[in-house]
Design a protein around this ligand. Structure first.
Ligand SMILES: NC(=O)c1ccc[n+]([C@@H]2O[C@H](COP(=O)([O-])OP(=O)(O)OC[C@H]3O[C@@H](n4cnc5c(N)ncnc54)[C@H](O)[C@@H]3O)[C@@H](O)[C@H]2O)c1
Length: 379
């Protein structure tokens, strides 16, 4: 596993838990964790439960003792690590967004295809049971023809102008701001639940254009840290919105922002079709709201499905607890890693693949072009 902070912690937990809760076709050995700072990576090794620590990802991806590489580093290093891992014949799980550009994503896809390894991009929200249930219902026709996909991913962690210039606010490292970080997730859910985008029209904005640069310690570079006295330019978007069309005729309306005070990690979706509607709110992630137009008119309304029914009724939750014993954020990673391990053993593709990562990046790039030129852009 390369990178050990926020996602490194989430993934380590998932690697540890997956074999205890899901029938895996192979055992999991947490072999090596890798980072840049020797002290930091050693502390992470101990806390997160890995056998070895390394500061050299090239050595890790080429180790004959390792079958799988899990990439949890900032976005600018995904491509080189994934391509080297594929060349070394390793299966690759990579955090989103897959890379900085469409070209890089294409190179990564070419590399994993050429090597014949299993590849997956970590859009973990696909494996929230309520989202997997929504997918099943849409495929079964519960919504009929889809008219609308509305999605808003909102946070508020950088409203303070003194919040420092962490890597997520530097284009060279992150590729974009809210767009690649959180729009990427709701684009992925749109592609998963509704279909491929055909055209988009976007707007991107940076509210705070300069911020204190990180102090020399560079500590807490993920979602926080300490700013120094020197100011630096913010080179990414603080909010990104777009409307668009899907190839199947549905309309899209997506918004991502880090400037919605009170919203911490709010993901809200609504999908409206000819037979019914679905509504989902991540902050109440064990529930899915469903309106069925075929219900008798005098009792129509959104019903509230608690997606915790085991025994195969609802996706994934059967691996956990009895009905109503709810699950949370970390479980989405366990589901992702359980499916990934089994795909590696079977040598079969597992969604979302690097091809999904590439298509996602194509949508991101089309929105950026549209916002830059103030024009509609075909995906
Ligand atoms: N799936 C999700 O919901 C989700 C959530 C958060 C972040 N992410 C993605 O996960 C990735 C990591 O984000 P994070 O929030 O964990 O970041 P972070 O800053 O918390 O952690 C990054 C880690 O990468 C290490 N690192 C950086 N450059 C490295 C290099 N060249 N070699 C080895 N290690 C290196 C750092 O030391 C640190 O351990 C990003 O791509 C981000 O977009 C995904």
């Amino acid at each position: 596993m390369i990178g050990y902070r926020f996602m490194g912690k989430a993934h380590s937990n998932a690697w540890r838990q997956a074999p205890h809760f899901f029938p895996l076709k192979a055992g999991v050995e947490l072999h090596t964790v890798c980072g840049r700072d020797p002290k930091g990576v050693e502390a992470a090794r101990e806390q997160l439960g890995w056998e070895h620590a390394s500061t050299n990802w090239e050595e890790v991806v080429n180790s004959p003792d390792i079958d799988v590489i899990d990439i949890n580093t900032p976005n600018d290093s995904h491509a080189p690590i994934a391509i080297a891992a594929a060349k070394a014949g390793k299966h690759v799980l990579c955090e989103k967004p897959l890379a900085l550009t469409v070209e890089q994503c294409q190179q990564m896809l070419d590399a994993v295809k050429k090597a014949g390894v299993v590849h997956m991009v970590c859009h973990n929200y696909r494996r929230i049971p309520a989202i997997a249930q929504a997918k099943k219902m849409i495929e079964e026709g519960a919504l009929g023809d889809i008219f609308h996909y509305y999605a808003r991913y909102s946070q508020d962690w950088i409203v303070d102008p003194n919040f420092p210039l962490v890597w997520r606010l530097q284009k060279g490292v992150s590729g974009s701001g809210t767009h690649g970080d959180i729009n990427a997730h709701i684009i992925d859910l749109g592609r998963y639940l509704v279909g491929e985008f055909s055209e988009v029209c976007g707007l991107m904005h940076t509210f705070i254009k300069e911020r204190p640069m990180m102090d020399d310690s560079g500590k807490g570079q993920g979602l926080g840290g300490k700013g120094g006295k020197k100011m630096g330019k913010v080179t990414v978007d603080d909010a990104a919105m777009f409307i668009g069309r899907f190839k199947n005729g549905a309309l899209a309306n997506l918004e991502a922002t880090r400037f919605a005070l009170g919203r911490k990690n709010h993901i809200e979706l609504e999908i409206n079709g000819s037979n019914g509607s679905l509504h989902f709110d991540f902050e109440d992630m064990n529930r899915l709201k469903f309106f069925d137009n075929s219900d008798p008119q005098d009792r129509q309304g959104f019903r509230d499905i608690l997606v915790t029914q085991p025994g195969g009724t609802h996706p994934y939750v059967g691996g956990w607890w009895p009905p109503g014993h709810i699950i949370g954020y970390e479980h989405t990673f366990v589901h992702t890693i359980a499916d990934f391990v089994n795909a590696c053993v079977d040598g079969k593709p597992v969604q979302p693949t690097f091809e999904d990562g590439l298509r996602n990046e194509q949508v991101l790039a089309a929105v950026e072009e549209s916002a830059r030129n103030r024009q509609w852009v075909k995906v």
